[in-house]
Structure formats: structure tokens, C-alpha cells
Design a protein. Structure first.
Length: 230
């Protein structure tokens, strides 16, 4: 890796990070290795969330997810950013739960200063992007970025997997941690674009629709920030 991106911060204590011979280290001594070319902010401890969402992954799921993500980015995310900010040029964006990582190079083609993070094993495919200073292993529940780093935090098909391994009534805590972190790393006038299955989705089993209710309840407790979605 070349120079460390300035917006990176220790996910444990939020202090400054420096490169070491085989990873990065914060000024308070928390160390994170580079594994297969990418910084691993989980330091080997994968939260169950990640692997729960990997069940049944195949070569087809790689192609299907890539196609779906490209569609969402081109038809919703990029037009939304243009409409909200007047331009895409230089807009800082985090893809929070980046999966196979396809959104990051695509968004960059639109002039967006995009980064991605994911705790799961879809990272095994990141080598095809070669973006070791843009994609990071880590959890949305403790992001390795400084406060107010991003104009946009984008999350696509992730929230329904956060805390998914926990029994129904216990998912709210991990989801609230994830949302709190979205808000922390967003600039004061930033936008959070969070897409997940909801009552308007097609082909969603009832159990997923049920999950939307507690998510809505905790989101209503999050203080409003920035402009309302237009
Ligand atoms: C269905 S995939 C969606 C991937 C991608 N966003 C897309 O739209 O194709 C769900 C992703 O959420 C990730 N995930 C699970 N728990 C997470 C967490 N706590 N923080 C960030 N990502 C998480 C999984 O590792 C997985 O890559
Ligand atoms: Zn630290």
C-alpha cells in the first residue's frame, strides 16, 4: 500500500494510524495486519454477522450480486448524489458492507471519492479490483474512519444481516451500533443511503418484513441530522 488515506482512524480508539512493516498501528498501540494485501481491521476476529450472510455463496451469487449492485449504483446512487450535491466530483462516499466491492471502482468512474468496508469472506474476490487503499476488512459496528469523513454513507442489503445470528428480539443492539457509526462518520450535511428489504420489496418472506419494524423503531430514536431526504 502507498500512503494511508487520511480519513482512516483506529476502529478501537479513533486515534491516528501509521503504517508498520506488516500492517498499521495506532498511536495507542492497537495493531491491525495486512492480509492478502488489504488492511484487516478485525484483527482476525470475524464477527458472526459476516459469515451468517455468506451462507450458500456460489460463483452465481458473485455475478448476481455484482449485477444488482451495478444497477443500484447507476440508477439510484449516482443520480441521487448528482441531485443532492449538484455534482458527483470529489464527493466522499463509504460503501458500508461493500460485499464483493464492485461499487467502489464504479463510483470512482463517476468522479466519486469512494471507499468500502466489509467484515465477511466476500473480500476473497477483492483482488480483482486491486484497490488496497480503498477497500478494508472491518465492521460497520466500529468503523475505522475519523468522525465526519464522508458526504455519503451508502449501505445496500446489509442492515438485515447485522446481528442476524442473534434471536429476533436481540438484533436491535447491533443494528443501532451500525447506524450510530453511519452517523458518526457522516459530515454534518451528509446523506445516509440505506437500502434494505422492506414492505415495498418483492419476493421478501414475511420474517424479513417483520424485521423492518424494530429497525424503524430504533431509527426514530436517532436524532435528525442534515437535510431531510428530498
Ligand atoms: C447481501 S450482502 C450485500 C453486499 C453489497 N452491499 C451488495 O449490495 O451487493 C451483505 C453484506 O453485509 C456484510 N455485513 C454483515 N455484517 C456487517 C457489519 N456488521 N458491517 C458491515 N457489513 C456487514 C456481509 O459481510 C455481506 O458482504
Ligand atoms: Zn487505537
Amino acid at each position: 500500500m502507498t500512503a494511508l488515506p487520511e480519513l482512516l482512524a483506529c476502529p478501537t480508539c479513533l486515534s491516528t494510524l501509521r503504517s508498520t512493516a506488516d500492517g498499521v498501528r495506532c498511536v495507542r498501540g492497537h495493531e491491525f495486519p495486512i492480509i492478502d494485501g488489504y488492511i484487516d481491521f478485525l484483527a482476525g476476529e470475524r464477527p458472526q454477522d459476516a459469515d451468517w450472510a455468506q451462507v450458500g455463496l456460489t460463483a452465481d451469487s458473485h455475478a448476481d450480486e455484482a449485477a444488482g449492485l451495478v444497477h443500484r449504483v447507476e440508477n439510484y446512487v449516482v443520480p441521487y448524489i448528482r441531485q443532492s450535491f449538484g455534482s458527483t466530483e470529489g464527493i466522499t462516499l463509504l460503501d458500508d458492507g461493500a460485499g464483493y466491492g464492485h461499487a467502489v471502482p464504479l463510483l470512482r468512474e463517476h468522479g466519486i471519492d469512494a471507499y468500502g468496508i466489509d467484515p465477511g469472506s466476500r473480500r476473497d474476490k477483492w483482488a480483482e479490483h486491486g484497490l488496497s487503499d480503498r477497500l478494508f476488512s472491518g465492521s460497520g459496528r466500529s468503523l475505522p474512519f475519523a468522525d465526519e469523513s464522508f458526504d455519503v454513507v451508502f449501505s445496500s442489503g446489509v442492515l438485515e444481516h447485522v446481528g442476524e445470528h442473534l434471536p429476533e428480539g436481540q438484533r436491535g443492539g447491533p443494528c443501532a451500533e451500525y447506524i450510530r457509526e453511519v452517523i458518526r462518520v457522516m459530515k454534518p450535511d451528509g446523506r445516509g443511503l440505506i437500502a434494505h428489504p422492506n414492505v415495498m420489496s418483492q419476493d421478501i418472506p414475511d420474517s424479513r418484513v417483520g424485521f423492518v419494524v424494530p429497525a424503524d423503531r430504533f431509527m426514530s430514536r436517532v436524532p435528525p441530522r442534515g437535510r431531510p431526504l428530498g
